[in-house]
Design a binder for this molecule. Structure first.
Ligand code: NAD
Ligand code: UDP
Length: 329
């Protein structure tokens, strides 16, 4: 693996000469991270993908490995980071409830120590950071749709808290590093996102329902299926993330990024059944603890500051995602 380490450590000036950036993406082999890696490689930048592969595998970025501008490094973000880079995207953190609740203490460490290490590196290098926060900072929201100035309704001691409170504390650190050390940081609050390169065993609703439908297994609805989510196709999200980082205005955020069209989980199941032509039956299981009843982003801020809004509707995005999983299975 020496060549990989070597690529990551060579001098920053070499990449600046080519007017290209060297970009560090933590959690880069995960679902969203792998799309960000692809995006920047296509733009001609160098990408360092850092991951501990806890919820992803090298297979997710296998096609990128031959690219000489791509370096894949197995490393835990809770350890100090020593890289020379121009920009950092911090995505390392399990995002699916079953994954982040599997080792909650590790989830908190990943959120808090991870962003601290990223921000410490940003201070040393005077580098810009984008931090992937989440709609979960709003908890089970009492305000609908959710605007960035809503402080949320989070249970601090429940099973989701390791993620929700970890992400809230990570946001606090971003703002404190900005105030105390002037770090140029951008905080985006990502709402439910789906698309190709989600892990098939990820446990999130879109991948679960598609795989169940394709395999003719029962569709597992938690609760009565009347809870709502608003689903954003990954290409739209990546466009929002990149515009946030490239924005001239030094606006730190937080900025909601998500698709404001809201569906019940039952409606999602029915849509997936119809698009796959599956004969799977719906089954109902108990709703997990603290599962938010409703979620929908207010994206007024993203529209006005970035001129951004999602373009891909649920049906179109699901068709692409179903095609991906059909191929994988
Ligand atoms: P994912 O689980 O597919 O990707 C997370 C990646 O981080 C994985 O590759 C995993 O191996 C890696 N990772 C986890 N802990 C790590 C550690 N300690 N050190 C190094 N790498 C580590 O999830 P995703 O959907 O791609 O989410 C990426 C980011 O976006 C996460 O921070 C998540 O909280 C945030 N987010 C995602 C969504 C969504 O709907 N997908 C919504 C809100 C926020
Ligand atoms: N859900 C479901 N069946 C599944 C997986 C999830 O009914 O197989 C529900 C879950 O209880 C929640 C919604 O779908 O109400 C979204 O779940 P997901 O884990 O995708 O995201 P999050 O809860 O973090 O928004």
């Amino acid at each position: 693996m020496d060549w990989i380490i070597h690529k990551a450590y060579y001098k920053k000036e070499e990449s600046s000469l080519m007017l290209k950036k060297r970009i560090l993406i933590t959690g880069g082999s995960g679902f969203i991270g792998s799309h960000i890696c692809r995006h920047f490689l296509q733009e001609g930048h160098e990408v360092i993908c850092l991951d501990n592969f806890s919820t992803s595998s090298r297979l997710n970025v296998l096609d990128l490995i031959p690219n000489p501008r791509f370096a894949l490094i197995k490393l835990d973000v809770t350890l100090p980071l020593h890289f020379e880079v121009d920009e950092i995207y911090n995505l390392a953190c399990p995002a699916s409830p079953i994954h982040y609740q599997n080792d909650p203490i590790k989830t908190i460490k990943t959120n808090i120590l991870g962003i601290m290490n990223v921000l410490d590196l940003a201070v040393c290098l005077n580098t810009k950071v984008l931090h992937a926060s989440t709609s979960e900072v709003y908890g089970d929201p009492l305000i609908h749709p959710q605007k960035e100035d809503y402080w949320g309704n989070v249970n601090p001691i429940g099973k989701r808290s390791c993620y929700d409170e970890g992400k809230r504390c990570a946001e606090t650190l971003c703002f404190d590093f900005h105030r105390q050390y002037g770090v140029d940081v951008r905080v985006v609050r990502i709402f439910n996102t789906y698309g190709p390169h989600m892990h098939p065993l990820d446990g999130r609703v879109v991948s679960n329902f598609i795989i169940q439908a394709l395999q003719g297994k029962d569709i597992t609805i938690y609760g009565d299926g009347q809870q709502t989510r608003s689903f954003c196709y990954v290409d739209d999200l990546i466009e929002g993330i990149v515009s946030m980082m490239r924005m001239e205005d030094k606006f730190i955020g937080p900025m909601n990024l998500g698709n404001p069209v809201e569906y019940t989980i039952l409606e999602l199941a029915e849509k997936i059944l119809s698009l796959t032509g599956s004969k799977s039956k719906l089954t109902f299981a108990p709703l997990p603890m603290d599962d938010p009843k409703q979620r929908k982003p207010d994206i007024t801020l993203a529209k006005s500051k970035l001129g951004w809004e999602p373009k891909i509707n649920l049906e179109e995005g699901l068709k692409k995602t179903i095609a991906y999983f059909r191929n994988r299975l």
